[in-house]
Write a protein that binds this ligand. Structure first.
Ligand code: TXA
Ligand code: MG
Length: 328
């Protein structure tokens, strides 16, 4: 499929070159603790425009801006509302994205014209060193084509987007495996706009009650939380385990949480034999990428317990399935 893939450099030798690419307006795929990001200089409108082109991403879907340190946020946007500051202080670096007012220095294309901006400090040494060396905030969506499976390994980026970036920094598989949790806490009453790697329980413990609005109704505030998203090419169906054993023709794939199902499946992936949801989240997209590559006709995916990061896993499975429940 690939025309000509961008060079892939190990993190140990690639960061300086990647920083230079960012400074000159190019696109770099790099690891974070959640998924690989497709980065560009967030202060450069033309560089940001290239992200939308490379991903075939609709211009109404705003980007997340990445910073190297918590202190860089106040330098960029000034004083923060108290609850936003408290969440940043508590969870950064980490898999939490916060909504703040967009400063005039960040061009509107980055936020799809919104007056607000999504920001986070990733908990990944390579990502932070890259941003530090680039010397600019880095706008980065997940490094996949719009609507497709998120990348948790450099190989996923090569396969999905290799011909559309200038350089890929390989930092190995990502630790969390699911995107950051997005929270709007500007008015002191935190709302989760996207479930993600930071569990809702952790937010509640830090700042009290939060409401969860996983964007199912397509409200314009977080267009990336479209119902259909994170989809493999293979149709996906979500089931509750245990599924009854049935004579099967071996053409389906199965994604299990703890143990392989009974019945003949063409391919089976088990996310976490001990049922640990954090481990399951880390392997979710990799397992889906692998099942997708086997040529099975359908992926049957088990719902997981709806607690901790399990909520985000179920959210991603539901959205992947939604792609195949709508016509066209
Ligand atoms: O873990 C992550 O967050 C990864 C890594 C690379 O950091 N990034 C990521 O970006 O998941 P992306 O583009 O796949 O998701 C960005 C989403 C948008 O689709 C939208 O839902 C939300 O962030 N978003 C961005 N700006 C926003 C804003 N101003 N208000 C509300 N939501 C916003
Ligand atoms: Mg994405």
């Amino acid at each position: 499929m690939s025309a000509k893939s961008a060079p892939v450099l190990p993190a140990a030798i690639g960061v300086a070159e990647a920083a230079a690419v960012l400074r000159s307006g190019g696109l770099v795929a790099f690891p974070t603790e959640t998924v690989y990001g497709l980065g560009a200089n967030a202060l450069d409108a033309r560089a940001a425009a290239r992200i939308f082109e490379a991903k075939a991403r609709p211009s109404f879907d705003p980007l997340i801006t990445h910073l190297a340190d918590v202190a860089d946020l106040t330098a960029l946007v000034g004083a923060l509302p108290p609850t936003v500051a408290a969440l940043a202080e508590r969870f950064w670096p980490g898999p939490l994205t916060l909504i703040v007012d967009r400063p005039p220095t960040v061009p509107p294309i980055v936020t799809s014209g919104l007056d607000t901006m999504a920001v986070r400090v990733p908990d990944h040494a390579v990502a932070r060193e890259l941003i530090r060396q680039a010397g600019v905030p880095v706008a980065a969506p997940s490094a996949n084509r719009f609507g497709m499976l998120s990348p948790t390994r450099a190989e996923h980026v090569v396969a999905g987007l290799g011909d559309a970036v200038d350089l890929i920094v390989d930092g190995g598989p990502t630790r969390c495996g699911i995107e950051s949790t997005i929270v709007d806490a500007r008015d002191g009453q935190p709302v989760v706009l996207r479930l993600g790697s930071l569990p809702v329980e952790a937010l509640v413990e830090a700042v009290g009650p939060v409401s969860v609005r996983p964007g199912s109704s397509g409200q314009p505030v977080a267009p990336g939380t479209l119902a259909a998203h994170y989809a493999p090419r293979t149709p996906l169906r979500v089931v509750t385990a245990p599924v009854p054993a049935r004579p099967d023709d071996g053409t389906r794939g199965y994604l299990a949480l703890r143990e392989a199902p009974e019945g003949a499946y063409g391919a089976v992936e088990v996310l976490s034999p001990d049922g640990d949801l954090t481990g399951a989240a880390a392997r979710l997209f990799d397992a889906l990428h692998r099942l997708d590559a086997t040529g099975v006709t359908e992926i049957v995916a088990e719902r997981v317990p709806d607690t901790g990061v399990g909520r985000a896993i179920n959210d991603r499975l539901r959205r992947a399935a939604a792609t195949w429940q709508t016509s066209g």
